[in-house]
Design a protein around this ligand. Structure first.
Ligand SMILES: Cc1cc2nc3c(=O)[nH]c(=O)nc-3n(C[C@H](O)[C@H](O)[C@H](O)COP(=O)(O)OP(=O)(O)OC[C@H]3O[C@@H](n4cnc5c(N)ncnc54)[C@H](O)[C@@H]3O)c2cc1C
Length: 445
């Protein structure tokens, strides 16, 4: 049984979804607003354009991004295959020639007889039929407004900055202490205490480091609550100590005194395997972030799951509105894919495009697919999108912090990655066996 799907957005998620559907014999109407309406980051009218770095990150099996790519390859991702064909030398990372990549994606889409491409802005959610919305972090304003009405939410999130996330096990608990600031509610915060000397050296290092070169699309005004710490540090030597690093209401159990400043760490997940450096969004180079943040007492051996960055972003509070098939709970004929789901990164966008395409195809074919197990990289992303229960829902890349923890005693470092990968591969193979009929001809390797 074949059918028809409207895909809005011809970026990474939208093109992967369209190719998946067409491969299953379904007709796709793909809408891309460029070049009629431009975005602040895209430079061409090509489909599948990569907007910034040309790296799709690690291919190593024991790294979360490598594991995710392996799962995508096993499930027959079109864009990961094209990325492999356009690969440039980058050690163990999968980096691509971005021109060749977008040209190849565009050719593949335009030569497909089942995909019709429409160039122009879509301003509202189509009233009927299956729809995949994949318009990304730079979704045009009219469609943002239509989405908020459609989803019944007050607003989409416009989030300018992300703070680093560290592995819980890499925090030195003999230094970092658990406590919540007075009157700030429940929580399981950890606090890294600083003396005056340590604080001053930290601020001096932040001020001395160069922020990323500014690009036009970053010339947005920051929300005060999302102000990058490098900007705050430049405002004055004490600004951070009165802002995100204020020690009010905290006593260091080692000294019995209030520290001069603190860096607060907030759990990212239920299992507290990952912690966010609260208020530490920043524009520093990644190498400077690793170097400077490891001078924070308690973080000398920090393993970073994610580093801070700043750019405009539009995303939904997905756990409130999406199910674990990326369908809108209230109207499950509409799927959301790509960065709009709150998952950040090229490979994550491709992954959600593939999943939305897969579930839309299954719906048209009257088949039912089990949700992917949380132990897989793909399943961990879906668990985050549909079930995150943390304090705030903030964009994230795939990371082992999203996976269910390994049983104790859990291995560390490289061995942990290998154990996570083995568990994920077994879970994916089991899922593929159980869903063989519903998967039809999807190639599961
Ligand atoms: C400035 C910036 C830099 C980034 N750098 C990186 C990076 O280095 N590495 C990384 O992994 N991730 C990066 N990301 C995050 C993310 O991985 C990418 O944005 C990724 O392209 C998201 O994929 P997507 O398919 O969701 O959106 P996109 O690839 O942006 O695709 C969305 C498409 O929808 C179109 N569109 C928007 N509104 C409409 C409309 N109303 N009607 C029709 N079409 C519409 C857009 O023109 C676009 O082509 C960056 C994001 C931004 C904003």
């Amino acid at each position: 049984m074949t059918g028809h799907v409207t895909v809005i957005g011809g970026g990474l998620a939208g093109t992967e979804a369209a190719l998946r559907l067409a491969d299953r014999g379904h007709a796709v109407e793909l809408h891309e607003m460029r070049p009629v309406v431009k975005t602040p980051a895209h430079r061409t009218d090509r489909l599948g354009e990569i907007v910034c770095s040309n790296s799709l990150k690690s291919t190593a099996r024991h790294r979360p991004s490598g594991l995710l790519k392996r799962e995508l390859t096993a499930l027959g991702s079109f864009l990961i295959r094209i990325a492999g064909e356009c690969r440039v030398e980058a050690g163990t990372a999968l980096a691509v020639d971005r021109e060749a990549f977008a040209a190849s994606v565009t050719r593949r889409i335009e030569s497909g007889e089942r995909i019709r491409v429409h160039r122009g802005e879509v301003k509202g959610i189509p009233p009927r039929g299956l729809v995949i919305v994949a318009t990304g972090p730079l979704t045009s304003d009219p469609l943002c407004r239509s989405l908020t009405d459609f989803l019944g939410v007050d607003r989409l999130f416009f989030y300018d900055a992300t703070a680093p996330v560290v592995a819980g096990e890499s925090i030195d608990r003999s230094v970092a202490f658990a406590a919540t600031r007075r009157g700030e509610g429940e929580g399981h915060y950890l606090n890294c205490p600083m003396t005056r000397e340590e604080y001053e050296a930290f601020v001096a290092a932040v001020v001395a480091a160069d922020p990323f070169p500014r690009r036009d699309f970053e010339a947005v005004s920051f929300f005060e609550a999302c102000m990058p710490i490098d900007e705050l540090a430049r405002r004055g030597p004490e600004t951070l100590a009165f802002g995100p690093m204020r020690p009010v209401g905290l006593v260091d159990p080692r000294t019995g005194e209030r520290p001069y400043a603190v860096v607060q760490l907030r759990p990212e997940n239920r299992e507290a395997t990952a912690y966010n450096l609260v208020g530490f969004q920043n524009r520093l180079r990644h190498s400077d972030q690793r170097r400077i943040f490891r001078t924070i007492p308690g973080l000398a051996r920090a393993e970073f799951f994610r580093l801070g960055r700043v750019h405009r972003n539009t995303y939904l509070e997905a756990p409130r509105v999406l199910d674990d098939r990326l369908a809108v709970r209230a109207q499950d004929r509409v799927f959301i894919a790509g960065q709009l789901t709150g998952l950040e990164g090229y490979v994550e966008a491709i992954a959600t495009g593939m999943l939305a395409g897969m579930h839309a195809a299954a719906r048209l074919e009257g088949r039912s697919l089990e949700p992917l197990p949380a132990e897989t990289a793909l399943g961990s992303l879906l668990r985050f999108v549909s079930g995150h229960e943390g304090v705030e829902y903030r964009p994230t890349n795939v990371s082992f912090g999203l996976f269910p923890p390994l049983p104790d005693p859990a291995p560390r470092g490289h061995a942990r990655g290998e154990a996570m990968a083995r568990r994920a591969e077994d879970a994916l193979a089991g899922w593929a066996r159980r869903n063989a009929e519903a998967l039809g001809t999807f190639p599961v390797g």
